[in-house]
Write a protein that binds this ligand. Structure first.
Ligand code: HPA
Ligand code: ZN
Length: 324
């Protein structure tokens, strides 16, 4: 099984690049940029990663991201993630970044974009790993603040492949961002949104019908609504599910309770993803391994999950054919 897991070609569709910041790099970048961290050492950082819910994670995630200052910092962060992709046989990855987290600290909009882009280009050159870059809007901030960052992105239209929605879900429903997503679609960007991670199934309906997203990030709360599950299955709306994230953030108490295989059996286009691997204890292979060992997923099921990601990704049909 371990060889099967290692060799399985993987596509990642739900990955926050700021969530790949390992404690070692957090310390190295803090030192490089003259920033003092509220931790004595790497072990103390790891010890702090005990999350009760999404918000308790987000507090540490935004604090950690404050060590990212220069284009080189974003390059180094992204390059370290891509090395993991190469080790895990991830052949294509569609990653998120959160520009508002950085511009709020005085980092220019172009800085993260250029650093991340340079690393993505290098990985395609060296290893043939293809990629897309999705700019996420922070939903705990106002729609007007999101619209302002969207307008900044227009100058970099060709370097951004889509628009997403992340951060604190409950209390920040899709309906808060209707104008923003309409504008993003007018500008030609495909859209995705986190929905149904901690928020209710109604947020998934609204992400589809109000924001007109082409994929749902997480989406696991659809199990509360049979009509929604039927729609997701018949329309083959992709759900980018993140097993280790879900158990670390107590969306499911333990992996044995995870419903991803039930959704797969019902014909939903569910995929496996790592979300924020530095914080949740594993990259792509580790997420697949958790399904094999703790949910007893068969090779056939694991292969289907991987093929669903081919269907759900933004490569063109010719490239997809080569991956099937
Ligand atoms: N959910 C919402 N916002 C996030 C996440 C997540 O899993 N990871 C990083 N930002
Ligand atoms: Zn996420």
């Amino acid at each position: 099984m371990e060889i099967f897991l290692a060799e399985l070609p993987k596509i990642e569709l739900h990955l926050h690049i700021e969530g790949t910041l390992e404690p070692e790099m957090m310390f190295a970048l803090a030192q490089r940029n003259g920033i003092t961290l509220p931790y004595a050492d790497v072990e103390a950082v790891r010890a702090a990663y005990q999350f009760a819910n999404l918000q308790s994670f987000l507090d540490l995630y935004y604090q950690g991201a404050a060590v990212l200052c220069t284009e080189q910092d974003f390059y180094d962060l992204t390059w370290a993630y891509l090395q993991r992709c190469q080790q895990d046989n991830v052949v294509h990855t569609e990653i998120f970044f959160d520009p508002q987290t950085h511009t709020a600290r005085g980092v220019d909009f172009a800085v993260p974009l250029q650093g991340i882009r340079r690393a993505l280009a290098e990985a395609e050159r060296q290893w043939g790993i293809t990629s897309r870059l999705i700019m996420c809007i922070l939903r705990h901030l106002s729609e007007d603040e999101g619209l302002a960052i969207l307008e900044q992105a227009v100058d970099y239209r060709d370097e951004i492949d889509g628009i997403g929605l992340d951060s604190a879900e409950v209390g920040n429903p899709p309906s808060k961002f209707v104008r923003l997503f309409q504008r993003a679609r007018e500008l030609g960007w495909p859209c995705v949104a986190h929905a149904g991670e901690e928020g209710p199934a109604s947020y998934i309906w609204d992400a589809l019908d109000l924001l007109k997203v082409v994929r749902i990030d997480h989406g696991v709360r659809c199990v509360d609504d049979p009509l929604l599950m039927a729609r997701l299955a018949s329309e083959r709306v992709p759900l980018t599910v993140c097993p280790l994230s879900n158990t670390r953030l107590k969306v499911f108490e333990q992996m044995a309770d995870h419903t991803i295989l039930d959704l797969l059996d019902r014909g939903l286009c569910v995929t496996v993803n790592s979300d924020d691997p530095a914080y949740f204890g594993g990259y792509m292979t580790a997420n697949f391994r958790a399904l094999a060992t703790e949910l007893h997923a068969s090779r056939e099921q694991l292969r289907m999950l991987s093929l669903n990601a081919v269907e759900a990704c933004w490569l063109d049909e010719r490239q997809k054919k080569a991956l099937r």
